[in-house]
Write a new protein. Structure first.
Length: 319
């Protein structure tokens, strides 16, 4: 063999060997990544449902070794809780039709724990379009589901509390002046729909008595600075009835720094009317005492405190 051709052959062999070494190194790195991922990667042949490969994370999620799954490919279905097996059947129907699937269901871990998993499956098709295998990823979403359930329970408890209080509770976005939440009792006290307020936040100020709007608007100008206000004002219901409202409003920032208005209001019309009647009654009594020239007094023997009306003061020469 000529020397030049031999040189080329040796160079080609060296190049091929280098490529092979690079390929082995790449495969080694990919295998390392494959083995350290928390999500389980797997593949199965569909005609006999034979497992083709399973990543090590599968054992952590299911509690069963790869070998147990290879020996019993139907194990993935057997560990699904009975109430969720219909989901697995739907998955297999979708895969058999050549569709990719994403689903969530519960499984029983080998140690008896109930876990939530999310599976993502994609079928491979032959030349005729028939599914012949499926590749999938299984994620352990138990912690996420537990957090979601805690949120749902918290929201249910909050809703149960808010919907059973007599007053109105609300949350407003200060920056956009939009209503984020208004409790159902708003419809009872204001005589207007909650949806109207969600659609147009100006419906709130529009319901305020014309003589009290300036008071409320001035209070809202200062609320960002003072963070908290107590205010009383009147509203006019759609039927023309006037009601007195006593409200407490606080400004707080959420986790993102957004300023939110939290408010609670009560209908104090009856209390307000009773106070006015008491003032009027006391005024009438005072006028009657002046006309009759009589007065009244009170001495607390325990404290020695003397109280008397204006007329009595004049009679006793105290003023």
């Amino acid at each position: 063999m000529p020397i030049d051709k031999m040189s080329i052959s040796i160079s080609e062999v060296a190049r091929l060997r280098k490529s092979e070494q690079n390929l082995v190194a790449m495969n080694s790195r990919m295998q390392h990544i494959f083995n350290t991922l928390e999500n389980s990667f797997w593949g199965a042949q569909l005609d006999e449902f034979k497992m083709l490969y399973v990543s090590p994370a599968n054992e952590k999620i299911y509690g069963y070794s790869d070998n147990e799954l290879y020996l019993n490919p139907g194990l993935w279905y057997q560990v699904i809780v009975q109430e969720d097996k219909h989901i697995a059947k739907r998955i297999m129907r979708e895969i058999s039709q050549g569709h990719s699937v994403v689903a969530e269901y519960r499984i029983t871990h080998k140690d008896g724990q109930i876990k939530w998993v999310e599976v993502r499956m994609t079928p491979s098709l032959d030349a005729s379009g028939k599914p012949i295998s499926v590749d999938g990823i299984t994620l352990d979403i138990t912690d996420r589901k537990m957090s979601e359930n805690k949120i749902l329970i918290s929201e249910y408890q909050f809703k149960s509390l808010i919907e059973n209080i007599s007053g109105v509770y609300w949350v407003n976005d200060i920056e956009t002046y939009s209503t984020l939440y208004i409790s159902p009792s708003y419809e009872v006290i204001w005589g207007r729909s909650c949806q109207e307020l969600y659609d147009d936040s100006s419906a709130f100020i529009n319901a305020v008595h014309p003589d009290d709007k300036s008071i409320l608007l001035e209070a809202h100008k200062n609320i960002v600075e003072y963070k908290q206000i107590n205010i009383s004002y009147r509203i006019v219901r759609t039927n023309g009835e006037i009601r007195w409202i006593s409200a407490k409003i606080n400004i707080k920032e959420d986790d993102n720094g957004k300023k939110l208005e939290y408010g609670y209001a009560e209908d104090v019309t009856e209390k307000r009317e009773a106070e006015l009647k008491l003032i009027e009654s006391e005024q009438r009594l005072l006028e009657a005492q002046k006309l009759a020239g009589i007065g009244d007094f009170n001495l607390d023997f325990a404290t020695g405190i003397w109280k008397c009306s204006t007329v009595a003061d004049e009679i006793f020469g105290l003023k």
